[in-house]
Design a protein around this ligand. Structure first.
Ligand code: NOJ
Length: 561
């Protein structure tokens, strides 16, 4: 191995993410569920993945579709029962797949029993589970500080009964937990134990770097959204809490963790994921490569810039090298579909294949989001009423203040909203895309007649088979798993070229992010005439050459040695 890092199962695995509401509806009520998941376990396994990460399955009022948890020890009735979950877990394990739960501990639902009890009185033993504060000013009618919620206006909500405000960094129905309270941490550990005892293999930890708030909750630097971020992002106490969770619970079970971390840099990430005694999480989800066509948030779009994407990719590859391990992803439930963003709907399959090779063959543990493997794309809704997400509605209000409303806002939302990732999974060209026999809770993308699993299974050149083949290559190949990463042709605005190297073996990945022809010159030390073309998203060239002109979104992968 080129680095001093040790091999590990969690480095070699690939993970499939399920957003349960839209995956597969097994009881035909229009909402995805665990009965549906059970039917699709063989399909998931057939992709060549080793684990499933479930977005929240817990009882929830769905203010944020499960990221507002009302009971950490149950399964939402929409999705099934604990007994059914146990069955899914056992069946996944029987197929050699691990199961990771989403652990949302920055906040609960306001319908969680703790919150309900916390607002009974300031003397309630649960009062200090959350951030309750008196208002400021005469009569206390101003919020305790100027923090803004990431999702919904101000970050404080007044409770008339208690005559105090509570903090919610996300939606109003997502009050923040006071992790500084040892009793809250004790609760968290018991919740972790509950799932680990059942046999769950680990957790994806939601906005984990937000779980500590600065002492005294000081006022924040004014921003249009998220004022106060600097007082609750990656504070030193986050590490103390994570250490406690790890030592007391996670380590004894050998549990895997991946933490979600907005605004993360490799330097800071290394404080959490550097291997060795101080390691607090196995992996970290950062956002830097998701900002190549926007600034700060998906909702402020900019033209796509490959150089920005390449910089983020390479920065994480090189800066973690030898000390920590990357989490690789291009899609999840929080971002528009990647083909619609960084690829091309016109060249859906070609650009989807190129994007898959652009990230799956990097060094790290890949995550694949439901529908990504068949090239699902954004859909165009006709009116704001069809949208579902608290973030979209909040942005409608926010953008209206800057004159972006009506059709203009609709265009923006269709391009940038999280709903794009949340339309029902397209299984076949049957009614409702085979997702359900009833009207689904959210509109199916009309392209399901062409874009669906059944069609992809039947087409040997489909994106689905390409994903399988890339994952198979990765799984069986120490070069792809552990080889060194080098980026080539860094200054190109259209080509992303990287290689992996281990001893005398090399892999060269050539990705065009352009519809226009681009001239490719093999990097020094790579002779394509002596390479084996493993993957190509067009018919292989008749004559190999060290220079060629790319076709739209062309991708080739060569192996040497
Ligand atoms: C990140 C989750 O991925 C997202 O879906 C959720 O809305 C926020 N955290 C708040 O929990």
């Amino acid at each position: 191995m080129p680095t001093e890092l040790q091999p590990a199962w969690w480095k070699e695995m690939a993970v499939y993410q399920i957003w349960p509401r839209s995956f597969c509806d097994g009881n035909n009520d229009g909402v995805g569920d665990l009965w549906g998941v059970l039917q699709k376990l063989d399909y998931i396994k057939s992709l060549g993945v080793d684990a499933i990460w479930f977005s929240p399955l817990y009882p929830t009022p769905n203010a944020d579709y499960g990221y507002d948890i009302a009971d950490y020890r149950g399964i939402a009735a929409d999705y099934g029962t604990l007994e059914l979950f146990r069955k899914v877990l056992a069946e996944a394990h029987a197929r050699g797949m691990k199961v990771f739960m989403d652990l949302v501990i920055n906040h609960t639902s306001d319908e969680h029993e703790w919150f309900q009890k916390s607002k009974e009185s300031a003397q309630s033993p649960y009062h200090d589970y959350y951030f309750w504060r008196k208002g400021k000013g005469n009569g206390g009618n101003r919020p305790p500080n100027n923090w803004k919620s990431v999702f919904e206006g101000g970050a404080w909500e007044y409770d008339a009964g208690l005559q105090e405000y509570y903090l919610h960094v996300f939606a109003k129905k997502q009050p923040d937990l006071n992790m500084g309270n040892p009793r809250v941490r004790q609760e968290v550990k018991e919740i972790m134990r509950f799932w680990l005892e059942m046999g769950v293999d680990g957790f994806r930890e939601d906005v984990i770097t937000y779980i500590a708030k600065r002492e005294g909750l000081p006022g924040g630097f004014p921003l249009p959204v998220g004022t106060g971020l600097e007082h609750y992002t990656s504070l030193p106490a986050v590490k103390e809490y994570l250490r406690e969770f790890k030592q007391d619970v996670l380590d004894p079970y050998g549990a895997f963790t991946v933490g979600e971390a907005p605004m993360m840099t490799p330097k800071l990430a290394k404080e959490y994921i550097t291997e060795g005694d101080g390691q607090l999480l196995n992996l970290m989800f950062h956002f830097q490569h998701m900002e190549a066509d926007c600034i700060l948030t998906d909702w402020i779009p900019l033209p796509f810039r490959l150089k920005k994407l390449k910089k983020a990719f390479t920065r994480w590859q090189t800066e973690l090298k030898g000390s920590a391990w990357n989490a690789l992803y291009l899609e999840n439930h929080d971002h528009p579909r990647i083909i619609s963003r960084y690829g091309s709907e016109k060249y859906r399959v070609q650009s989807g294949k190129m994007l898959a090779a652009a990230y799956l063959l990097q060094s790290g543990t890949p995550f694949i989001y439901q529908g990504q493997e068949i090239g699902m794309t954004n859909q165009q809704l006709d009116s704001l009423e069809q949208f579902k997400d608290v973030v979209t509605f909040n942005n409608a209000r926010l953008f209206a203040k800057f004159g972006v409303k009506g059709e203009r806002f609709l265009r923006l939302a269709n391009r940038r909203s999280r709903e794009n990732a949340r339309s029902p999974m397209q299984w076949s060209d049957a009614p409702h895309a085979g997702f359900s026999q009833s009207e689904p809770w959210f509109r199916v993308n009309p392209n399901f007649t062409q874009v669906n699993v059944e069609a992809a299974e039947a087409d040997a050149c489909s994106l689905l088979h390409w994903y399988r083949a890339l994952l198979a290559l990765r799984r069986s190949n120490p070069l792809v798993l552990y080889g060194d990463y080098t980026e080539h042709d860094k200054s190109s605005r259209h080509l992303y070229v990287y290689s992996r190297r281990s001893a005398n073996k090399k892999l060269l990945v050539i990705c065009s992010f352009s519809e226009q022809p681009q001239r490719f010159n093999a990097p020094l030390g790579f002779d394509l005439l002596h390479g084996e073309l493993l993957f190509s998203n067009y018919a292989p060239p008749e004559v190999q050459s060290n220079q060629f002109i790319t076709k739209p979104f062309e991708c080739r992968v060569y192996r040497f040695g």
